[in-house]
Design a protein around this ligand. Structure first.
Ligand code: FAD
Length: 341
């Protein structure tokens, strides 16, 4: 059989990292990325890119932990290399604070991040409205730099990338052997997934270079995440809201909430407002599917539905998607050698 042709649809953090994992683990494949939008126009460009996992109720915790661990290990190595600043990957320390002590004092990811510990009384004095907190060091991906770095790595391997909106996965049947669906919220329309819904998020990207530590309310509703050039402050979680226009009232509310956690943000400048739709599901759809139509078959690997935590688990889910692509290739090769007999 000739080199299997793989189309990865989508160029957010999931599509690009999945394409890279396929190229790295399956060098005999010919991989093409097709996407309606590339950076800076994806949901991934809006995200803060912090590695603090979101919990997927429909996925076993040990699986989520492995995805997070794979991602943390991969990005930690980049943060510790000469590539770090170009890739936009850096370590960041800070605090997750709670008004009431949470039921679960040790989240499942506490031994993956670095130096996880309860906050000291002295640290808690910074947050007079909170009575409990956790301190740790994690990683942050700055976007667009991380997406551009992934694109650069992909181009260096010789893969092609084209701007193209796919209306139906069957369009790709005559050109590709395997299609990998990494379309995020786009999968709602593309494959009619009714279990997938948007959770609208509005954030402000501000200039406040004196803010060096992250601060996050335990419920994840208010956060301050310093990046290399800008601090992302947020946020909102609005289920089933498809509106991509910034709301001025929400901007003021976010700013006030963040200033109450970190009063020095009153001096923030050059406030830019961004909105994104988190592609949310009970669990990430990470599975093979064989589509059939009029006696024809199309092998598809789905990798979408990462909700509020796509950056935190992207490398782990990309590795799994690449493994599923290898299974598809083995099936195609088996079918092709049987046909020759
Ligand atoms: P996207 O980035 O949306 O990429 C989908 C791609 O598919 C796009 O290129 C799109 O053009 C393409 N596409 C869609 N439909 C089609 C089609 N029919 N044909 C061709 N191409 C198509 N996660 C974290 O881990 N940490 C955070 O700190 C964090 N903060 C966030 C803050 C906000 C405000 C928001 C909105 C999200 C945040 N997230 C965070 C979540 C994270 O952004 C998402 O989980 C992640 O970006 C999803 O990536 P994706 O590649 O699946 O989707």
């Amino acid at each position: 059989m000739a080199a299997p042709k793989v189309a990865v649809v989508g160029a957010g953090v999931i599509g690009l990292s999945t394409a890279l994992c396929i190229v790295e683990t399956c060098p005999s494949c010919s991989v093409t990325v097709l996407s309606e939008q590339f950076s800076p126009n994806t949901t991934s460009d809006v995200a803060a890119g912090m590695l603090i996992p979101h919990t997927y109720p429909g996925t076993p915790i040990h699986v989520q932990k492995q995805w997070f661990k794979d991602t943390f290990t991969y990005l930690f190595a980049i943060s510790n290399s000469a590539e770090a600043s170009e890739a936009g990957i850096h370590l960041v320390s800070g605090w997750q604070v709670f008004k009431n002590t949470p039921k679960e004092e040790l989240p499942f990811w506490s031994d993956v991040v670095l130096g996880f510990r309860p906050m000291s009384e002295a640290e808690l004095q910074k947050f007079p409205q909170h009575q409990f907190g956790q301190a740790f060091t994690t990683l942050k991906c700055d976007c667009p730099p991380y997406l551009l770095w992934l694109e650069k790595r992909l181009k260096a391997t010789g893969i092609q990338m084209y701007t193209r909106k796919i209306a139906d996965l069957w369009e790709l049947h005559s050109e590709y052997n395997i299609v990998v669906n990494c379309t995020g919220i786009g999968a709602h329309q593309l494959v009619g997934d009714k279990k997938l819904f948007p959770v609208r998020g509005q954030v402000l990207k501000v200039h406040a270079p004196w803010v060096k530590n992250f601060i996050r309310e335990g419920d994840g509703m208010t956060y301050i995440y310093p990046g290399i050039h800008r601090v992302t402050i947020g946020g909102t979680r609005e289920k089933e809201n498809w509106n991509l226009s910034p709301d001025p009232g929400t901007t003021k509310d976010i700013f006030d909430r963040c200033c109450s956690l970190e009063p020095s943000l009153q001096g923030a400048q050059d406030i830019r407002v961004k909105v994104g739709l988190r592609p949310s599901r009970q669990c990430v759809r990470l599975q093979k599917e064989v589509l059939s139509q009029g006696g024809l078959k199309l092998l598809v690997v789905h990798n979408y539905g990462h909700g509020a935590g796509g950056f935190s688990v992207h490398r782990g889910t990309a590795k799994e998607a690449a493994r599923l692509v290898r299974e598809c290739i083995a099936a195609l090769q088996g079918a092709s050698s049987r046909a020759k007999l």
